[in-house]
Design a protein around this ligand. Structure first.
Ligand code: ADP
Ligand code: MG
Length: 621
């Protein structure tokens, strides 16, 4: 409990004790009952002063109609009518509810700040003389050498250049199995090193590292409100004044007719207490908060309440192929030079041209050629969905697919077979082709199956040649697939799907690694990016990020969001129903103040407990 909560609890206890003493006195000395009743003002002010002050502040600031106002009017009214005990009780239970609610919100914040623990405090930087300095991660440049000892957190992204160890990635990915890292492994910041010291060469600044980006996303996530959430805010803006005027009406009109002012004013006050909308105002944001927190503990970053809501309405998901359905870790299957050319030269030209590409194809083609001199390489252009054009030693070279060849005006007999084929030309002479293959991720099969069970349609859109796309899609049982698409074609395709939607409550997702598909991630209703493989642009553009690239996290995210929406709906229906019933009872005089307090606080407590169910993370079965 925080200091403030402890204070509130103390006030509640002291006022309860006072209340009991006064009640006892009243019982012992019935002849002074009238005078003793005034003593109830002591527990009333102890527990309620804060509410009265807040109500007064609200009136002064012009935002009159809030819960504090409702409670203040109701209890002051009760006291003025001589119903001291009721007045104290309403205030008392209202404060108990508030305390409970602030505790629950704190708990759910806690689950998010557990995630904040991934924030590294320092980096052990190794200088040229072999000395280690502790530095702020924000001051460490790219290319610095850092040491991470067992038990320490990896402060920034980098590559292991010495050592062999296991790292615990659970805070980031929800995966409890440690990851083995060795020479050449890429290391993700935020993980904890477990077994042995490792030396890392940093590849990113702290602010661009995974850990910093996650923290930023999580911090901003509660800003984007879901539709139901903003609906509730708007709702209470009209609802509360409406209730106040309703109560005024109930106090005046029947009293004028029956001349029984006390009864009707009391009923009106009861009506006010019952209609306090706290259960809704509190429990709904809490459910979303819990849902986002729970998802992030399972390695799924959802950027806002609106995105969590949209996930539950996903009707169709469009996948990029390379790097999303497949690993994006290509292997060279064969390199076939044309007549009169050597395999060596073919591979060398391809490798050099791909020197700066971030595409998975580029990464594999330049493997083994990292130390070649790049002085002879000029004018490198990467053309999305086509390949690379560059100049090597002054001669133009092209490395890419048939589309690129066609736009160069070079006619090549297409090569069939499994995998992606990269064609290479130099000075408009065809040097041959390199066939590379990419394995489907092992989780993909299961993920597609689970999506089908959740009745989400699947589609593949890819820039790769149609033949390869067909093989992959058919292998996965995805009926709808399209190949040879440029990034703009992908956007158009998704736009077409969006325009074919039958209702606003149907959401179309796009999942991609972001290489060539950041625009389409933005355009779709729900952009899902692969966090580990994916590019920074994709993580920026996406609404949902899968930290460990496991596609099974998509059906999991849908389940989390459905659970969250179910809880939200349960809470709305339950609170409105109870309130409506109580309001009717109060209006006809069956419910008194005691009833009102119990229904109000009771509904709130039940709704909040229901909302905290979201904090428990769901797991992949
Ligand atoms: P996907 O939609 O499957 O992720 P991309 O849009 O990333 O595919 O790429 C489409 C195609 O463009 C690739 O299959 C390849 O033929 C060609 N291509 C893209 N970038 C490169 C590159 N750097 N080198 C060679 N070919 C490339
Ligand atoms: Mg891709």
């Amino acid at each position: 409990m925080t200091k403030k909560q402890k204070k509130a609890l103390n006030r509640i206890i002291v006022s309860a004790v006072c209340f009991l003493i006064v009640a006892l006195l009243k019982h012992l000395f019935p002849e002074f009952e009238g005078w003793i009743s005034f003593l109830f003002l002591i527990p009333y002010f102890i527990v309620g002063l804060e509410v009265l002050e807040d109500a007064w502040k609200g009136i002064k600031n012009g935002s009159v109609f809030d819960e504090n106002f409702l409670m203040a009017v109701a209890t002051i009214g009760a006291v003025l009518l001589g119903e001291f005990q009721e007045g104290v009780a309403v205030m008392f239970f209202y404060q108990v509810g508030e305390l409970f609610q602030s505790y629950a919100v704190g708990k759910s914040r806690q689950s998010i700040s557990d995630l904040m623990d991934i924030c590294p405090e320092f980096a052990n930087v190794l200088d040229e003389d072999g000395n280690i300095h502790e530095e702020d991660p924000e001051d460490v440049p790219v290319g610095a050498l850092i040491i991470v000892r067992p038990g320490e957190r990896i402060p920034m992204d980098g590559i292991v250049i010495e050592g062999d160890s296991n790292v615990d990635t659970s805070a980031l990915t929800g995966e409890s199995k440690p990851l083995h890292v060795k020479l050449g492994s890429e290391d993700i910041s935020g993980c904890v090193n477990e077994s042995a010291a490792i030396k890392i060469k940093t590849t990113k600044l702290y602010e661009d590292s995974t850990v910093a980006r996650i923290l930023e996303l999580v911090e901003n996530s509660s800003m984007k409100k879901a539709k139901v959430e903003s609906f509730i805010t708007r709702f209470s803006r009209y609802y509360t004044p409406a209730v106040c005027y309703g109560a005024l009406f109930l106090a005046i009109i029947p009293s004028l007719i029956t001349s029984d002012w006390k009864t009707w004013i009391l009923r009106a006050l009861t009506f006010l207490v019952i209609s306090c909308p706290c259960a809704l105002v509190i429990s709904i944001p809490l459910s979303f908060f819990g849902g986002i927190g729970g998802a992030s503990r399972s390695g799924i970053l959802v950027k806002g309440g609106n995105d969590l809501e949209a996930l539950s309405q996903m009707s169709k998901i469009v996948f990029d192929k390379t790097g999303t359905l497949t690993e994006g870790r290509f292997q060279i299957v064969e390199a076939v030079p044309s007549e009169g050319n050597s395999e060596e030269h073919l591979l060398w030209v391809a490798a050099l041209a791909e020197s700066y590409s971030t595409h998975p194809i580029g990464e594999i083609l330049r493997k083994g050629y990292e130390n070649e001199s790049r002085d002879i390489l000029h004018n490198v252009q990467e053309i999305a969905g086509h390949g690379i054009r560059a100049e090597i030693n002054g001669s133009p070279v092209s490395v890419g697919n048939l589309k690129l060849m066609r736009s160069d005006g070079i006619l090549i007999e297409p090569v069939d077979g499994i995998g992606t084929v990269v064609y290479v030309t130099e000075n408009k002479n065809y040097l041959g082709y390199i066939r590379i293959a990419d394995a489907v991720r092992t989780d993909t099969y299961k993920a597609i199956e689970e999506l089908k069970e959740l009745q989400v349609e699947t589609v593949v859109l890819s820039g790769d040649d149609s033949n390869t796309v067909r093989q992959v899609a058919e292998g996965l049982g995805i009926p709808s697939y399209y190949g040879e698409l440029l990034p703009v074609d992908k956007v158009q395709h998704v736009e077409k799907l969006l325009s074919e939607k039958l209702s606003e409550n149907e959401k179309i997702a796009f999942a991609g690694d972001g290489i060539n598909d950041a625009p389409v991630l933005m355009r779709s209703d729900i952009g899902i990016a692969m966090g580990a493989m994916g590019s920074d642009a994709a993580i920026e553009a996406a609404d949902v990020v899968l930290m460990d690239d496991n596609l099974r996290k998509i059906p999991l995210a849908i389940r989390i969001s459905k659970k969250c929406m179910r809880i939200v709906k349960e809470n709305i229906a339950f609170s409105l129903l109870v309130k409506a019933l109580c309001l009717v009872f109060a209006a006809v005089g069956y419910a008194n103040m005691w009833w009102a307090v119990f229904s109000d606080v009771g509904v709130m407590i039940i709704a909040v407990i229901n909302a905290t169910r979201m904090l428990k993370p769901l797991k992949i079965e």
